[in-house]
Design a binder for this molecule. Sequence first.
Ligand SMILES: Nc1ncnc2c1ncn2[C@@H]1O[C@H](COP(=O)(O)OP(=O)(O)OP(=O)(O)O)[C@@H](O)[C@H]1O
Ligand SMILES: [Mg+2]
Length: 490
Amino acid sequence: MANPSFYLGSWRAANTSTTNASTTNGGLARLPAHHLVTHGAIFGMTGSGKTGLLTVMVEEALSAGVPTLMIDIKGDLPNLLLNFPRFDASDLAPWVESVALSEEKTAEQIAMEQNEVRRNSLAAWNIGEPELRAYHEKTDFRVITPGSSSGELLHVLSSLERRSDRWDIDPESARDALSAAVSLVLRLLGRDPDHAKSREHVLLSVFAEARPCRGESASLAVLLEDLAKPPIEKVGALNIDAFLPKSERKALAAALNTLLASPTFASWREGATLDIGAWMTPQNGRTPAVILSVAHLDDEERALVLGVVLEEVLAWVRSLPGSSRLRALLVFDEVYGFLPPHPANPPTKRPIVALMKQARAFGVGVLVATQNPMDIDYRALGNAGVWCIGRLQTDADCARVLDGLSSMDIKGFSTATLGKVIKNLAPRWFVMRDVHARVGTILLQPRWAMSYLCGPMTRNEIRRAREMFGDDGAQDDAQKSGVVQHRDTA
Ligand SMILES: Nc1ncnc2c1ncn2[C@@H]1O[C@H](COP(=O)(O)OP(=O)(O)OP(=O)(O)O)[C@@H](O)[C@H]1O
Ligand SMILES: [Mg+2]
């Protein structure tokens, strides 16, 4: 597709009501894919439909052949795996148990009802089984769950411990990725991870880099040996003992050894290689959709793992040739806490800010969503060209978003008028402003998602959803024969 556009739903003029069905409908809302090269931000209170809108955007990106990497904090993005290519109640039955319990009906009854709702709702947006099948057959989902075997495990230090061809093709980006891995190790040890200031970072990086440059891998065990018996005499102009005294090297080695012995840490060092270029490369003509789910990790672990993954995304983006078309999409739902305003600085912030500033030149769009507009760095969001604002409850939230939006031309609307519109939005309606569009600020109603949105999925459910569709994307025999396994409540 030369200039694909995303079918988001329908639109209305922003001065009309979203609760009054008779108000003039502007028609189908289409977003040219390349508009997302300058990124997007979605706001709205809980239940306003942000994840639904993100899901629709992802479905459209994948349908247009745009590889997508999604960061899942809450566990609901794996719903994208439930993209059943037909309308059959037996497909839904394993995923409706919680609804069934609350409504005192059997899962089969609820599944039949929901199957009809899905069929009729999608029909209203002109989506039938042929469209579902085309999407299903075109996409290749992976779920990566660092530290958990429910999805694919992730080797979070692979840029350090597994030598890649990148050292021969693009040593600069390989070095950046290695530096991020060294920072992660130092963070886990509670030491200064700053690559520019920390002597421990410099020393470990010097030790580590020597190996891939010689064609070898640099494991943590090897770094331990290097700390005990340094293979070099000088670091910069200083003798190694003057740079980092032996006693400090010994303390660092002891801490590293404790980390190496930890079983939790061991599960972070096995599984898929952190290679964004490979993740985003289509296999067998299908568009890659990678969901990196960290819902099972605690806050600190999430920030650490996502920091290293996002640094890797940044290193990959910088290695790409320039592009004005949308080449790939990075989606971050629930960005709250990962892109906070100054002075907070979690490891995720630097790479997200850098991606929002630089990735556009390389055709990589970033799409973030949050229900908490107060806690976000608006300098980074100032780079976002597409804003979708769902209902916001508090005046403070509303004022904050409007303030952020004020750098854009909101065409013919005072912020006060727009504030009133936002506070009166019905659920699943958004005020949308796209700086690239000739049409001004509009109201957007996202279409019904093709994926079955059953809410946050547990680790067991993720495992089951992956098994259901297997690696080749086909439903397995148990599903085809209608055998129903029920949703676990863990
Ligand atoms: N496009 C859609 N298609 C089908 N159902 C949708 C869509 N958008 C929202 N929904 C339904 O509405 C519910 C609430 O929407 P959603 O989860 O997107 O809200 P949210 O703004 O992400 O809330 P939170 O901030 O709590 O995550 C979903 O569970 C889903 O059932
Ligand atoms: Mg959500």
